[in-house]
Design a protein around this ligand. Sequence first.
Ligand SMILES: Nc1ncnc2c1ncn2[C@@H]1O[C@H](COP(=O)(O)OP(=O)(O)OP(=O)(O)O)[C@@H](O)[C@H]1O
Ligand SMILES: [Mg+2]
Length: 265
Amino acid sequence: MNAPQTQSTMPTEARTPGEVLLDIAHLNKSFGGLRVTNDVSLQLRAGIVTTLVGPNGAGKTTLFNQITGHLKPESGEVRWQGQSVLGRSPWQIARLGIARTFQDLRLFDHMSVEDNVTTVMEPAAWLWQGGGKAAKAERRARTAQILARVGLTARAKERAIDLSYAERKFLSMARVLASDARIWLLDEPASGLDRGSYERFLGLLRDSVASGITVCIIEHNLDIVVGISDRIAFLDQGKLLAEGDPKTILSDPKLAAIYFGEQTA
Ligand SMILES: Nc1ncnc2c1ncn2[C@@H]1O[C@H](COP(=O)(O)OP(=O)(O)OP(=O)(O)O)[C@@H](O)[C@H]1O
Ligand SMILES: [Mg+2]
C-alpha cells in the first residue's frame, strides 16, 4: 500500500504490546450465501492501538458486532482475558470492560448531551452506590469532566439530535470515556471530521492510550491510520489477509491494489 501523502501531526511513539486481552479465534459468520467473516483469528493486546483496515463491506463492523454480542458467530471463539464471551448479551459484555462506538453512533437523540453520558454510568451506580444523592452528584461531576475533555461543555443541556456531526462523534466518544472500559472498539470515529476536529480526536485517543486504554479502531483515512496504529489488521471479503506492523502492511502492493481498487470503484 502506498504511504499516505501527509503524515499526521502527531506521530506514533513506540508502545509495547502487553498481554492478550481479546482473543478472536477461527470466527465464521454468513448472511445468507455471503460469507462476511471467514475463519478470522486476531489477538488484541493490552496497551496498544490495533487498526482494522479494509475496503467497504470487508466485514469490519460485523467483526465488532460478534465481539460485542450484537451478532452471534456461526463458529469460532471470542475470549476476553481467557474467558469466552459468546452467548452473553451486549450489556453483559460491556460490563466486562469492552466499550464500543457505532458507525451510525446510536446516541439517545432526544436526551440531553449530559444525560447521554450520565446514563452510561448509571448501571454501576445502581449496583454499587445505591443511586443516592451523593452518587448522583458524583456522576454529574464526572460527566462535566468528560464533556470538558471532548469539548462539549457548552452543549451539555442541548439534545443530542441538535448537535453538529462532529459534536455527535465526540459525544459518542464521551460515552466510551464514561464507561470505565479497559478496551475500546471504535467504528470509524474520525470519519467525516474536519482537520481540527480529527486532530483533537487524535489527542484524546493518544491521552487515553497513554493512560492504559487498549484500542481497536476501524479507520479508512490512511493518514490517521499511520498516525495512531501500533498494529494493522487488513480484512477483505471477510478474510484477515494480513496482520502486522503499519510499515509492513502499508507498503504491501497486493494490499494496496485491493484497498485502492475498491476505494475508487
Ligand atoms: N445484518 C446484515 N444482513 C445482511 N448483510 C449484512 C448485514 N450486515 C452487514 N451485511 C453485509 O456484510 C458485509 C460486511 O458488512 P460490514 O458492515 O461488516 O462491512 P465493513 O467492513 O464494516 O464496511 P464499511 O467500511 O462500509 O463500514 C457487507 O456485504 C454487508 O452488506
Ligand atoms: Mg463498517
